[in-house]
Design a protein around this ligand. Structure first.
Ligand SMILES: [Zn+2]
Ligand SMILES: [Zn+2]
Length: 345
């Protein structure tokens, strides 16, 4: 099969590799769409994967084309998404079904081969099938949508809450969309890019602020001087975390979602605010995939009900053979992108 293989930092090669065979309790998927995550851009250009060579790609869906032993053959022909985390099933976190906290996991697209490829074999446990109502392009966004949904669930948002989202990447935008669906009243986005501001406004959000002078006054104006109930930090920078803390009301809650771009340090007066206002600070990591609370199932249900404007989030569709071009587009920050997909049609 053809795949894009990361052979070294900056060296993503489109080439022939052996097609995987589904083992016991596995199915083989023909990949139909795979999203590019901002973490993939870092993997390709900066940090690399855990080992080389590795096929990146963890936001994907496809059609089941082959079943390994011990698998119900009626799965063949079904459309499916794949939870990309392969838990050890032995550690205390796995025992509690907190798979995102597994101490010895494997991961499609970073620790083992992912879906910038024509085929991928995955354990049936990781596979969720979906109906014809959901297009493959949407289903490929199940992973970022589940990550955002998980963050919104952790925020314990109440109807009528005022919220602030710092960061206008895909996860930030999806947090805003889920929060809106949950009944958040005023949703304030804070970003740095005027084109993104325009885009988020086109989704129906009217309070999109640029992180410039006068931000505090603008937030005070929208919240009548009170500050927001919940802030989602979806960048992972000193400035974004400070902005999120500053936006909060007393006893407000901050959900940290963005991966840190480096060491985080806060000015003393910002830190004071966490203490004096008794802010509730929570980290959010990945998504929940347990028998009682499965963000992925909830996202697929919303996709079937056509609840969110997933179509509008797709800004580019590429063939795997054009991976270089697609990644250059993403690296070149002056080009407007939200979600770029690789598609096999
Ligand atoms: Zn991702
Ligand atoms: Zn584990």
């Amino acid at each position: 099969m053809k795949a894009c293989v990361l052979e070294a930092v900056g060296k993503l090669v489109y080439k022939d590799v052996p097609t995987p065979e589904p083992k016991e309790n596995e199915v083989l998927l023909k990949i139909k769409a795979c999203g590019v995550c901002s973490s993939d851009i870092d993997r390709v250009f900066k940090t690399g994967t855990y080992n080389f060579p590795t096929i990146p790609g963890h936001e994907f869906c496809g059609e089941i084309v082959k079943a390994g032993s011990n698998v119900d053959s009626s799965m063949i022909g079904k459309k499916a998404v794949v939870f990309p985390l392969l838990p050890c099933n032995k550690c205390p976190s796995c025992e509690k079904e907190n798979y995102a906290q597994c101490s010895n996991y494997n991961y499609f697209g970073s620790r083992c081969d992912g879906a910038f490829a024509e085929y991928l074999a995955a354990p049936v446990w990781n596979v969720l099938t979906f109906s014809d109502k959901v297009p493959f392009d949407h289903a490929a966004m199940c992973e970022p949508a589940a990550v955002a949904m998980h963050a919104v669930k952790l925020s314990e948002l109440n109807k009528g809450d005022t919220i602030c989202i710092v960061g206008t990447g895909t996860i930030g935008i999806l947090c805003g969309l889920w929060a809106q669906k949950q009944g958040a009243k005023n949703i304030i986005f804070i970003g740095r890019n005027a084109r993104k501001k325009q885009f988020i406004e086109s989704l129906g959000f009217s309070n999109v602020l640029l992180d410039v002078d006068g931000l505090d006054a603008a937030i005070a104006n929208i919240t009548e001087g009170k500050g927001v109930d919940i802030a989602f930090e979806c960048v992972g920078s000193n400035q974004a975390i400070s902005t999120a803390i500053k936006s909060l009301k007393q006893k407000g809650r901050m959900i940290l979602v963005g991966n840190p771009e480096g060491d985080i340090s806060l000015a003393r007066n910002i830190y004071w605010k966490i203490l004096r206002s008794e802010l509730d600070v929570k980290g959010a990591w990945n998504s929940k995939y347990s028998s009682k609370d499965n963000d992925w199932k909830d996202v697929l249900k919303a996709m079937e009900d056509n609840d969110l404007p997933f179509d509008k989030l797709i800004t580019g569709r590429h063939n795997l053979s054009e991976a270089d071009k697609a990644f250059d587009r993403l690296r070149e920050k002056t080009i407007f992108t939200v979600k770029e997909l690789f598609v096999n049609e």
